[in-house]
Design a protein around this ligand. Sequence first.
Ligand code: B16
Ligand code: MG
Length: 218
Amino acid sequence: DIKGFVFDLDGVITDTSILHGTAWHQLADSLGVAWSKELGDGLKGISRMDSLEMILKAGSKENDYTQAEKEKLAAQKNTNYVAEVDKMTPANILPGMKDFLDSLRAKGYDLSLASASKNAPRVLGKLQLADYFPKIVDPATLTHGKPDPEIYTRGAELLNLPPEQCIGVEDAAAGVAAINAAGEVSLGIGDAKELGAADMVFSNTAEVTLENIAKKLG
Ligand code: B16
Ligand code: MG
C-alpha cells in the first residue's frame, strides 16, 4: 500500500527550469559559450555545480577556471536566478498541483521533497506551499545527484516509510532513474518516450490525480 509521496520540485510543482535556463544562458553568453536548447534541457535536475561544468564543457572551457572561480560563476548565476524566484507567486504553481497536494493531505498521505535545488525552501515559500513540505531533503548533504538513488532514499527515510510504500514524482529521466533505483514507485510527468522507465507516465500535471493513479496502479 502506498503511504507517502516524494516530490521533485522543478517541472513537477512549478516550472523554475525556465528561470534556471535564462540565468545559465546569461552566464554562458558572458563566458562566450554558445547556448543551445539541448544544453539547457540537459541541465534539468542537475545540481548547480554540475550544471556549470556541463556549460563549461560545452564550450571546451572546463580547464580555464580554478575551483574558486567556478564557485564565483555559480554564485553569480544564483544571484540572477534568485532575483527571478523572488517574483514568483502561487500563480506559478503548475496546473492541478495545488488540488493534488490538497487531496493527498486530505487522505492522510505523508509528503517529502527531493529536489536538487538549494533554493527549494525559498521557491516553496513564494508559492505558499511551505506548509505542505516540512520534510525536505537537504541537497547540500548529498554525496551523489540524480540519477543516483540517494536523494529519493532520503526522501522515504524522512517519511519513515519503506521505499515500496512511496511514489516518487518526477519530470526528468535522471529523476525517474533515481526513484527506480531507490525501490520506489515512479510517476513520470512529461514525454512518455523520454520517461519510458517510469512505472506510470502522465503527459502533464493536470492529469496527476489520486483517481488516475489508482487506475494506473490497477
Ligand atoms: P539550485 P529539481 C533542480 O531542481 C533543477 O532542475 C536544476 O536545473 C538545478 O540546477 C538544480 O535544481 C539546482 O538548483 O541552483 O537552486 O540549487 O528538478 O531537482 O527540483
Ligand atoms: Mg525536476
